[in-house]
Design a protein around this ligand. Structure first.
Ligand code: HEM
Length: 278
């Protein structure tokens, strides 16, 4: 509630948020200046190298890449990527281990696939991904059932439209119900059950993509990091599961009800990680 934050900036944590963003801006500014000092357009290793080259080569004063304006825009972009990327990925990881401990058969099956395909000597890499249909199924099921970005982002109609019998004037704010799509009983039959097998063919040898699950939303403004997220979730989960055994503590585990928020997180819990024996 933006008005609540403005009325009570201390109590809502709004001031803390502003301070955190200020700190982040300073950190990014220092990082960019360091990188600019050693930057060469002949060595392009990552996103920053490409962006800094664009800033260096831009002579048009009206361009968003021009000199210090370019640096300011780069900082904003990095903040956007951090804000959009870190909480969503963290929440999905926290949900993942909670679901695995609540559904031990899924956990055992996933661990077995990793051991069978990758073995114990090497860490899983993206080269292994096409041979791991169960892993693919678990990740898709996790993103469906948790719907961490349950309400997506706000959008607005750019012109008047008639949709499903409703007249939506130009400028109408649209809040997509992604959670609803991913928990619709008519579509999923048992939407609240964590069942990766729904994403596999009959003999469970092949992953079948179901486009009705839309955790990253749809259309032109779909999350630009859909594929990147999958790669990072694949790497985090498979590497951790191959290396450690995860166990609940005596304190037990919370229910699967999310904490309310812009990004849905599970309730806090603690687990024990034990290095797996070879
Ligand atoms: C589990 C992981 C993630 C989920 C479920 C997710 C989901 C979403 C959703 C639903 C949207 C709104 C799309 C719309 O407006 O219709 C969105 C937007 C966005 N996401 Fe993600 N996201 C994830 C990870 C990431 C990561 C890792 C990054 C960056 C590194 C990222 C960057 C963004 C950005 C920049 C936008 C705004 C795009 C725009 O307004 O055009 N997301 N994401």
């Amino acid at each position: 509630m933006p008005w609540l934050a403005k009325l009570f900036p201390e109590r809502t944590g709004f001031n803390n948020l502003l301070e955190a963003v200020k700190d982040l801006r300073n950190e990014f500014h220092i990082l960019i200046k360091k990188r600019q000092a050693t930057h060469s357009k002949d060595v392009l290793n990552d996103f920053l190298d490409f962006y800094l080259t664009e800033i260096e080569e831009t002579t048009d004063e009206g361009s968003s890449f021009y000199k210090e304006e370019g640096v300011r825009n780069l900082i904003d972009l990095l903040i956007n990527l951090f804000a959009a990327g870190s909480d969503t990925t963290t929440a999905t990881l926290c949900w993942g281990f909670l679901y695995l401990l609540k559904y031990p058969k899924v956990y055992a099956k996933w661990k077995a696939e990793i051991d069978n395909v990758v073995g114990r000597g090497n860490l899983p890499t993206l080269i292994d991904r096409p041979k791991m249909p169960y892993t693919e199924a678990v990740l898709h099921e996790l993103l469906r059932i948790t719907s961490v970005t349950s309400g997506g982002l706000l959008h607005c109609t750019t012109e008047s439209v008639r949709f499903e019998g409703y007249d939506l004037p130009k400028g109408t704010i649209i809040l997509p119900n992604l959670y609803g799509c991913q928990h619709d009983e008519a579509t999923w039959k048992d939407p609240d059950i964590f069942r990766p097998e729904r994403w596999l063919n009959d003999d469970e040898s092949e992953f079948i993509k179901d486009e009705r699950s839309i955790p990253f939303s749809v259309g032109k403004r779909i999350c630009p990091a859909e594929h990147l997220s999958f790669l990072s979730l694949f790497t985090f989960f498979t590497n951790l599961i191959q290396t450690f055994d995860f166990e609940a503590t005596d304190a037990g585990l919370p229910t699967l009800d999310p904490k309310p928020g812009l990004v849905l997180h599970p309730q806090s819990y603690e687990i024990v990680l034990r290095l797996r024996k070879c």
